[in-house]
Design a protein around this ligand. Structure first.
Ligand code: FDP
Length: 379
């Protein structure tokens, strides 16, 4: 009797356990379905852009500009991949307005970007690292967006097949400042273009970069978080692989060209020395150095792993090397959208009012606590 009731009890208990396990499994499944329904991972870039339009994050004209940029990036990715085979490595034989030697691929990538943006018919003015002055787009028949870009950043790495990237920022055009080709002289048109382009980063309506590396990754923000898309070359489309990227609040990686150490200001030297003894947490493990020398690659790693990227001013180049309009401002916009920071050492890069199109500024970006720690040495 005793045996019987024990067996019945055991049977009942295991039946209960089975049913509880089943319930738990089905709750888990439901949760998994809910998570995958909420997650946007796997969304094609073109669909995501349309969704941004439906959410009123961008208008139709802006959406067209973004689609054109993604096409330009796909074309440049393909050129970069075939550069060695197609004889596209090496110098073009010219220098840009900043006195830098232009690589063949700098010139080709610039043509790709300019042509794609012009053909979109939605940009009013375009300004490139490779052009002396910003150019008004005569073909515009809708929208008046201003696009600033560096078509192939880090191109000194190209002949060694090290990663490179395109960087861009988009501003709404100044409606008071639309060039009139029929009645204005070329000098007047140019002055209006410069005025359209010289806006503080705070005015950016979107910014992004595309990294040409072991995979091609397009990272973008339209002011509502940062998203990353990896090019699936089998289908020729960027597919979302990184959703709402957040830069870790702190991180023990620093990315500076330390070869310039002797030319740095005493405060910066002290900061750099402190990283080798643990930084903010004095006496802890030293920071690790990682420097590709290609802004997009160094920035991308900093965004995903945390830490700090810096290109400071020095006794030879007080404003450093990087350009405010098409390097530092777009990257700062992305950093802030991802919960990080972008600083010139004293304050937010996005606050700086550009005085010149190719203006350079010292630049520090990455984890908010790391950038604040650096700033504490720059006072
Ligand atoms: P590059 O000259 O190869 O185009 O902005 C230009 C840039 O590369 C950045 O991408 C890179 O971070 C930096 O210069 C590297 O400069 P240094 O060689 O002085 O470190």
């Amino acid at each position: 009797m005793m045996m019987k009731s024990t067996t019945a009890f055991v049977q009942k208990t295991s039946a209960l356990k089975r049913s509880n396990n089943k319930k738990a499994a089905s709750t888990k499944r439901a949760a998994a379905v809910r998570v995958s329904a909420a997650s946007e991972i796997g969304t094609p870039f073109s669909t995501w852009v349309l969704q941004q339009e439906m959410k009123d994050n961008i208008d139709n004209e802006h959406a067209i500009v973004l689609q054109s940029i993604s096409v330009a990036c796909k074309q440049i990715a393909s050129l970069v991949q075939r550069a060695g085979l197609a004889g596209m490595t090496g110098l073009a034989g010219d220098t840009n307005v900043q006195g830098e030697d232009q690589k063949k691929l700098d010139v080709i990538s610039n043509d790709v970007f300019c042509d794609t943006l012009r053909l979109s018919g939605r940009t009013g003015v375009i300004a490139s690292e490779e052009e002396d002055v910003p150019v008004a787009v005569e073909e515009t028949y809708g929208g008046n967006y201003v696009c600033v870009f560096d078509p192939l950043d880090g191109s000194s790495n190209i002949d060694a097949a090290v990663s490179t990237g395109s960087i861009w920022g988009i501003y709404a055009g100044d409606s008071q400042c639309v060039p009139d080709f029929n009645s204005e002289s070329p000098a007047e048109v140019e002055a209006k273009c410069v005025q359209n382009v010289c806006q503080p980063g705070e005015n950016l309506v979107s910014a992004g970069y595309c990294m040409y590396s072991s995979s091609t990754i397009l990272v973008i923000s339209v002011g509502d978080g940062v998203y990353g898309f990896t090019l699936d070359s089998a289908v020729g489309e960027f597919i979302m692989t990184h959703e709402r990227i957040q830069i870790p609040k702190s991180g023990k990686i620093y990315s500076f060209n330390e070869g310039n150490y002797d030319m740095w200001a005493p405060g910066l030297k002290k900061y750099m020395d402190s990283l080798k003894t643990g930084g903010k947490e004095t006496g802890s493990k030293p920071y690790s150095a990682r420097y590709i020398g290609s802004l997009v690659g160094d920035f991308h790693r900093t965004m995903l792993y945390g830490g700090i990227y810096g290109y400071p001013g020095d006794s030879k180049n007080p404003n450093g090397k990087l350009r405010l309009l098409y390097e530092c401002a777009p990257m700062s916009f992305l950093a802030e959208q991802a919960g990080g920071a972008g600083s010139d050492g004293t304050g937010r890069v996005l606050k700086i009012n550009p005085e010149k199109v190719h203006q350079r500024v010292p630049f520090f970006t990455g984890s908010s606590e790391e950038v604040a720690y650096l700033e504490s040495f720059m006072k």
